[in-house]
Design a protein around this ligand. Structure first.
Ligand code: GLU
Length: 526
């Protein structure tokens, strides 16, 4: 039967289902290609693979898929390993950093595909000998011509498959001796997989994907995929099948863009006589307008998020939740909580929108979660670079605690704390505030009340609580609203529209400095 027989001849009941065994302990892998910086989508698949390996007390390994020499970017692997390290993801096996230098560890190496060429060749020879693969000499121009002819003949999706195999330049149409002679003469050639038109009579191959559920592919749509390129390097298709088998991978988690290639991979496992691992094809990341996440609409490389100052906990949490529904309303997850609760059956099939607002919110949550002392230690050098007095400031931990509640990124700290070290420029426009019912004409009276009540607070009881209690007593006596005193106080102390609260700032500044600022403002407002 020709492989181009129409699809309606097949019935789903005659499909061949590739079995996979359920595993308890899972070995998973992250298999980046060193072709640039790490994409957030790939990082998400790495996180999923890591979580499932840890959850099952299995192993997470890193394998470098460097079979496309033309696209290789120097330093890309180091960059990706640095990102994993930054995120606290330590591979159990494969390529990893040791003291900042990439090393390999594990019993199934080498873990860089470019160092496994002889091995792929051996497996290709096995397929050739079994009649599952064949040599082909077609030039790119000849393949182009075939595609055009097919299109003209009404085939909308032409590929090098059983339908055209017999009219191309390959071992099916050239004698074995001639094939040998051409190879010996150094003629460029590739090795192609010979896609079968049926498996035990079935014309559809189907598989249970851990995210997509049952997926089925008519065999006639499967092309004779190139396995070994003319440069002697394997394609991804061959290399990952061989490696995932030899490295004993139980579950392959990868981007949805590979789903259409799955039948080729399943066929290869079968040709080799190997069980296939489980597969989970993770849906794409989308821009807010639901187009595929692209550079044009924001950053797609993890390194950019690292540079912007996102915390690893926040980005990890965010990416894990992206497209995964925990089944509760919980949104802030620590790594160990994710390890305990992550599951593929709650990963949605539809693309997930990359929502930066949510990322920033999580970033804020994780900033608040840093132990106060550590937070102060981390921002001190940044603040001191701008305000050297911070170095010897015994109040610094107290000040740091005030901004930890509202900060999103560490580099905001010098600005947020600047008013502690420099008196702000006071403007009547900032002190007045319609919403808080602070009219410009009222300012002299309000500031005089403020001055009087603060002067009366004893130095020994100069705390936020005491100041607030006295402010309340004054507004009750004078028939004012809280904001009518607190807004101008906060504004004159900080010079900023947004800042920590008035009484907390006053407490941190001390009585003398607070009153000094109140008096400058009073002069200013006449
Ligand atoms: N090297 C492939 C990529 O970066 C890996 C896909 C996979 O995980 O199998 O897209």
């Amino acid at each position: 039967m020709g492989a181009s027989a129409p699809f309606f001849y097949f019935r789903l009941s005659s499909q061949y289902t590739i079995p996979h065994t359920p595993y308890s302990i899972m070995r998973t892998r992250f298999a980046p290609s060193p072709t640039g910086s790490l994409h957030v989508g790939n990082f998400r698949t790495a996180i999923y693979a890591y979580l499932l390996a840890k959850q099952s007390q299995g192993e997470f390994l890193v394998r470098v898929e460097d079979t496309d020499q033309k696209r290789e970017v120097p330093g890309a692997i180091e960059g990706m390993l640095n990102v994993l390290h930054w995120a606290g993801i330590t591979p159990d096996e494969g390529v990893m950093l040791e003291n900042g230098v990439p090393i390999e560890r594990g019993a199934y190496g080498p873990y860089r595909q470019s160092k496994r060429l002889a091995l792929y060749r051996r497996y290709v020879d096995q397929l050739l000998a079994a009649g599952h693969a064949y040599v082909a000499f077609d030039t790119p121009e000849e393949i182009d011509r075939m595609r055009k002819e097919e299109q003209q003949a009404g085939n909308p999706a032409p590929s090098y498959n059983a339908g055209v195999r017999m009219r191309m330049k390959n071992a099916h149409t050239i004698s074995a001796e001639e094939v040998r002679r051409r190879i010996e003469a150094g003629e460029p050639h590739v090795i192609r997989m010979q896609a079968p038109s049926d498996i035990d009579g079935a014309r559809v191959i189907s598989f249970d994907d851990d995210i997509r559920g049952t997926v089925a592919f008519p065999l006639h749509t499967v092309e004779d995929q190139i396995l070994l390129k003319s440069d002697g390097f394997p394609t991804y298709h061959l290399a990952h099948v061989v490696d995932d088998h030899l490295m004993k991978i139980d579950l392959v988690i990868r981007g949805e863009e590979w789903l259409s290639s799955l039948p080729k991979h399943l066929l290869l496992f079968r040709m080799f006589g190997w069980d296939s691992p489980r597969y989970a094809h993770v849906p794409l990341l989308l821009n807010a307008d639901r187009t595929k996440l692209s550079k044009r609409q924001g950053s797609v490389s993890v390194e950019e998020y690292v540079q912007k100052g996102y915390l690893p906990e926040a980005l990890f949490n965010f990416l894990a939740l992206l497209g995964w529904n925990p089944g509760t309303t919980q949104e802030v997850f620590s790594r160990s909580e994710l390890i305990a609760s992550f599951s593929l059956d709650r990963v949605q099939k539809a693309g997930a929108v990359f929502d930066l607002t949510k990322l920033d919110w999580l970033q804020g949550q994780w900033m608040r979660a840093i132990p106060a002392e550590e937070f102060a230690d981390r921002i001190l050098p940044l603040v001191a670079a701008r305000h050297p007095a911070a170095h010897t400031d015994s109040r610094f931990p107290q000040l740091a605690a005030l901004i930890q509640e509202r900060i999103t990124f560490f580099p905001e700290a010098p600005d947020m704390l600047g008013f502690f070290y420099e008196r702000p420029v006071v403007s009547v426009d900032l002190l007045a505030n319609a919403k808080q019912k602070v009219a410009k004409e009222e300012l002299p009276r309000l500031l005089a009340l403020m001055d009087a009540l603060l002067t009366a607070v004893p130095e020994s009881d100069w705390t936020a609580e005491r100041i607030l209690a006295d402010v309340r007593a004054t507004i009750e006596r004078e028939g004012l609203k809280l904001g009518q005193l607190l807004w101008p106080l906060r504004a004159l102390l900080t010079g900023r529209e947004y800042s920590p609260g008035a009484v907390e700032v006053a407490a941190a500044l001390g009585k003398e400095e607070t009153l000094g600022r109140v008096r400058v403002a009073r002069k200013h407002c006449g």
